[in-house]
Structures are given as C-alpha cells and as structure tokens.
Design a protein around this ligand. Structure first.
Ligand SMILES: *[C@@H]1O[C@H](CO)[C@@H](O)[C@H](O)[C@H]1NC(C)=O
Ligand SMILES: *[C@@H]1O[C@H](CO)[C@@H](O)[C@H](O)[C@H]1NC(C)=O
Ligand SMILES: *[C@@H]1O[C@H](CO)[C@@H](O)[C@H](O)[C@H]1NC(C)=O
Length: 453
C-alpha cells in the first residue's frame, strides 16, 4: 500500500507512526504489546480445527466433505491476501433495518472519542488524555488488559442529557442508497483456512438504551455499543450468518434469511430499538427471561447499507491490515487516518455509574440502570471456529446451533411465530394460544427452539 502525502499528514501522533509496520512492501498495524498479544492470550482454541458438518446437524450430509475450519491457519491453508477484501464479502454484505423510532443511531467512532477522556478503573485520568482526545491517541494507550490498568473512555459531559453525539440524530441512512455518510461501519475479514473466510461487520452506536422489564426500566444502559454480524464463506459462497444479541446471538443458514429486494444476494438483519441487538425478523423478541419479561423490538424502519461506508481490514490474530480498496471509492485509504484504534483494549464508554450517582438505579430483576461500556471489536473472539461469539450462562453445553428456521418475532408486529414451529397448525386459535401459555409463556418453546430450531 502506497501512502499518499495528504494521508500521512493526517497522522496525529508520533507513537502511532511507530506502530505502523512494513512487511514485503505492505503496511499494517501491529495490535500486540511488544509481541505479547492480548488476543492470543485470551483464546484457548489456538490453531484448532472443526468440521462444519459437526454444527450443521440439519444439513450435515450436504457439508460432510467440506474441509475443516481452522483458527490461525498456516500459510499454505490461507486464501486471503493481507489487506485484500474479497469482492464476495461485499456482494453478500448484510443490510440492517434500524427501528423506525430509533433514538440512538449509528455513530462515527472517530467523532465519538473526541467527547471523552480516559480513566483507569480506579478513577485516575490516564495522562495525556485530559484534553484533545482523538482516535489516533487510542492506539498509543497500551496495557488495558491488566485488570488494575483497565481503561474506560469517560464522557467529558453528561451523556444522560442525550447530546447529539449520543443520539447520532443526523445519522439516518440515505433513502436513496442506504448509506450513512457520517458513520462508517467496520469490516474485519479473517481467514479461517481451506477456503473458509469470516467477514465481520461491526455496527457502532454511541448509546445502548437497555430493555424494559415488566414496564419498568430501561435497564443495562451503557455508553458505546458495539454490535456485529458474521458472514461465513466457503470459497466465496456464503454458508452461515451469525448476528449478535446481548452477548449471545443467533446463527442461521444464509439461504434461509430474508434478502434485500434490490439485490437478492444481501441478507437482511433487524436492529432492535435501543439495544441494537440483531435479529433475522420483525416483531417482539423475548430474551433471557420467559413470559416476555425482557423483550426487544424490531421493525422495518430506515434501511442501512454499511457496504456504502465502512472501514475495511483483514486480521490474522496478530496484525491488522487496512484494506487496499473500498467498495466506495471516496473512502479508499481512510483506515490510515483512523490509525491503529483496534489496538485499544479498554472500554468504549463510561464505567458503570456508582450507586450514589443520581442517574444510577438498581432493582433486583432488572439490575443496574447504567452498566460498563463494552470493549472493542478485537475482544469479540474473531478467531472463533464456531460461528457463535460465546455461550450465554444458561447454555451449559456451550453449543452453537445453526438454526434451520429463522426465528420469528412475536406480538402484533410479528410476521411469524416461533412456537409456531410446534403449534402453528393448531386450530382454533384459542387452543393454540392456550398451548403457548401453558408451555411456560413460550419459555419452553424458546428452549426447544434453541436446541432444535
Ligand atoms: C497487573 O499490574 C499490577 C500493577 O502494575 C501488577 O502488580 C500485576 O502483577 C499485573 N497483573 C498481571 C496479571 O499482569
Ligand atoms: C490508578 O491505577 C493506575 C494504573 O494502574 C495507577 O497508575 C494509579 O497510580 C492509580 N491511582 C491511584 C490513586 O491509586
Ligand atoms: C478496487 O479498485 C478498482 C480500481 O479502482 C475497482 O475497479 C474495483 O471495483 C475495486 N474493487 C472493490 C472490491 O471495491
């Protein structure tokens, strides 16, 4: 990659320049600390393999001859060129329906960080971040991995007053092409060996408005919200799409997902109101607790096409390679201006507000009103071999079921129903509805559906 002079002039710090490495004429960012990689250290599945058929029970036969997926493939197992985003990754990129009345829209990470300084967990301000924070400075913030040195981007002003940098009010997708001009998504492509390639699309919102619990809430709000989806390819063909929701998420066969009517290759994802959790369908989505106690809502609001505006990288577990190209020619090389921000290990938002802060609240069922901001993209297990990021606490078998049926939302806006897989043909309607009630408010269906859906 050749660096043009104007691009180089955008570098903001000397430290940043020292983090740019060269290999065979190609420049990249080292995201490790003196060779000590927090990503490698936090993973147990270093160089492991898995047959795809072992997680595709429903279609195991069809996939039985596919070569294994490899975490940290060897050089000869790789098909990706560093910094090269394959065209199929863009051809099959997901589009995201935001909620029609979404109050917290996507935001530009570069603009976001200018509203912060950085603090350690103990409250001490990290030197050099008091003023003039920018995305370039993030790269120089070293060891946030050690728990005593954990860092938090901490708001300079009251985020609770809903300033524009929190709501992203100007960042509505264009009605013409779905682009959000001032809020790039982040695309990170990872080689999983033998022709397997994972394309991670990260969606950043400045604020997560947590869900309501039995009419009370919201609970679990936090500053900074990283959501993501994964499209897993085999030799350029999309096979699985996984999408994040509340630290868990759902995996689906690509071919079962709804597609964009303008170009049927692109799968559709629905981002829930406030929480931005991702679902494959419209309606009410109960999560974590039965009887719809905790629910997300999705609908067909503005349609966001992140492929129009993204920061692109490839990642090999150690180094981040800025894309040499971009599907939007206006943005080629922009990654160099953003610098090595992916190296930042800290939290992308304020620490959980203390109990004596008037904005904080606590209830037994909902937990805290304000919790810690999340960590960034490289902390999301990108070297994974199963498509799921991690298992939720109740998933004791640590399974990752790739769903045969797309999961329908419930409620008035629903375009289908889950336990429908079991009861949809039951007539009359009141019997069906009674069955749904009896089966633990749908909780039973929810679990059955998780296992066998
Ligand atoms: C974290 O940092 C503290 C203070 O610098 C040090 O005493 C401790 O050993 C470190 N812990 C780890 C796990 O590196
Ligand atoms: C807070 O933690 C940082 C990083 O470990 C340390 O440098 C600083 O001295 C600590 N401040 C106090 C008041 O303990
Ligand atoms: C990469 O750049 C070339 C030349 O500008 C362009 O023709 C091509 O379509 C680009 N490819 C992608 C995937 O954006």
């Amino acid at each position: 990659m050749m660096l043009s002079l104007p691009t180089v002039a955008l570098y903001t710090s000397v430290q940043l320049l020292s983090l740019v490495q060269q290999s065979q004429g190609q420049a990249y960012f080292d995201v490790t600390d003196n060779g000590d990689s927090y990503i490698l250290n936090s993973l147990n599945d270093h160089h492991v393999e898995m047959q795809i058929s072992s997680i595709l029970q429903n279609e195991a036969q069809k996939y039985k001859d596919y070569p294994p997926i490899v975490s940290f493939p060897t050089k000869s197992q790789r098909t990706l060129e560093p910094g090269h985003i394959p065209p199929y990754v863009l051809d099959y990129s997901p589009l995201v329906y935001l909620y029609s009345e979404e109050r917290y829209l996507p935001y530009d990470i570069g603009e976001f960080v200018t509203n912060f300084h950085v603090r350690y967990k103990n409250g001490t301000v990290v030197p050099g971040t008091q003023e003039g924070m920018d995305i370039g400075k993030l790269a120089a913030l070293g060891d946030g991995g050690n728990s005593t040195k954990k860092m938090y981007l901490t708001s300079n002003s009251n985020f609770d007053a809903d300033p524009d940098w929190i709501t992203g009010v100007k960042n509505k997708p264009s009605l013409i092409n779905g682009e959000i001009r001032d809020a790039p998504a982040t695309l990170i492509v990872v080689d999983k060996g033998n022709g397997w390639v994972d394309a991670y699309w990260f969606y950043f919102y400045s604020f997560n408005l947590g869900p309501f619990v039995m009419g009370q809430g919201p609970y679990g709000n936090h500053v900074g919200d990283w959501e993501h989806s994964l499209v897993r390819f085999y030799k350029g063909e999309p096979v699985i799409v996984w999408m994040s929701a509340h630290g868990g998420g759902g995996a689906f066969y690509y071919h079962n997902l709804e597609k964009w009517h303008m170009d049927e290759r692109h799968p559709i994802i629905f981002s829930a109101m406030g929480t931005h959790a991702n679902y494959p369908s419209v309606g009410q989505h109960p999560h974590d607790l039965p009887y719809d106690i905790l629910s997300d809502f999705t609908d067909r609001g503005p349609l966001w096409n992140p492929e129009r505006n993204y920061l692109g990288y490839t990642f090999d577990g150690k180094n981040v390679w800025p894309a040499t190209n971009n599907s939007n020619k206006n943005y080629i090389g922009r990654e160099w201006a953003y610098g090595n921000w992916l190296r930042f290990k800290g939290h992308w938002g304020d620490r959980q507000l203390p109990e004596d802060d008037p904005r904080q609240k606590y209830t037994l069922i909902g937990g805290h009103k304000y919790i810690d901001g999340p960590t960034g993209p490289l902390r999301k297990n990108l070297m994974r071999i199963v498509p799921c990021e991690r298992a939720k606490w109740w998933n004791f078998w640590r399974g990752c079921n790739v769903r045969q049926n797309i999961k329908w939302g419930v409620g008035v806006e629903s375009e289908g129903y889950n336990c429908g897989n079991l009861f949809v043909k039951v007539q009359p309607g009141w019997v069906r509805s009674a069955l749904n009630k009896i089966t633990w408010g749908g909780g039973f269906c929810y679990i059955v559906d998780l296992l066998y859906g």
